[in-house]
Design a protein around this ligand. Sequence first.
Ligand code: HEC
Ligand code: HEC
Length: 268
Amino acid sequence: MLLGLVLTGSLYAAFAPSSSADSAQSDQELVEQGRKLFLVGCSFCHGQNGEGVLTQDGNQLGPSLAGVGAAAVDFQVGTGRMPMVQPGAQNPTKPQAYSEDEIDALAAYVASLAPGPAVPNPEDYSLAGLSPEEREEAVTRGGQIFLTNCTACHNFAGKGGAMPRGGYAPNLSNTTARHIYEALLTGPGQMDTFSNGNLSPDEKRDVIAYLYSLREQPEYGGFSLGGLGPVSEGLFAWVVGIGGLVGFAVWIAAHTARTTKKKESAAA
Ligand code: HEC
Ligand code: HEC
């Protein structure tokens, strides 16, 4: 047994340092792989070294990516916003153009340019570890945070809304927990950034719990009308309700006109 212990000990001593050297080596390889992908797919707009590109008339083809962090790449490429295909007021989400491994490499490369927010760990955004009671409390707290910080742009039910200069705050009913967390961390486009100092990791998870709870909610009172709020609901009541009343009034008028005519012709 002693021999066994000594053997495992010396084996560990022999292999442990080399395994950490291995991982440093593979990090380096990941960055290198990411740099190659970046040169092909992103450097046209973001520059050979991610420094950003200005056109001759001073417009920005792509911003500098120094310091945006791995989280921004994981979000932008993971939701299909990047690579941008068509310049416009805002980049739409599209099917992902890169595999998960390629996104990891791109993220590692951009993170190597300057320190920035890292891709969050699953423990940070996953709701799986919460008991049903904890989850219920998280939903309540998350709802408060959402009402204070997000409804102005995303609507109270997370259905989204228009923004100035042709932009829009998207509907949040399909965004994954990881991308919600990363959006908060990196503040894409016209959205504010909610760094961990402003909104702690626990509070971010509360917001995720709230947004997920909306997806499980049954639609009370029949049709949801898209959950777009009082304007669409009022419009619906106006068109269908008042429209129905007008139709009914016309029908009554036509009907009485016909019966009076019938009576007149019968009298004649
Ligand atoms: C056709 C030009 C174009 C290409 C190609 C392109 N981008 Fe972008 N990228 C932009 C523009 C413009 C923005 C700013 C968009 C905004 O703010 O909504 C941007 C924003 C970003 C951001 C967000 C920066 C921030 O401040 O949070 C990241 C990250 C990013 N791009 C990564 C990439 C990666 C990685 C690729 C390659 C896979 C890529 N981009 C390809 C034009 C481009
Ligand atoms: C000033 C308006 C504004 C506020 C406040 C705001 N957002 Fe956003 N949000 C946006 C815009 C605009 C986008 C789209 C950016 C883009 O595509 O470049 C966005 C994108 C997102 C996305 C990505 C959606 C997707 O499917 O890709 C999530 C998630 C999100 N916001 C969550 C939140 C949460 C949670 C809050 C509150 C803590 C919040 N936002 C506050 C404007 C806002």
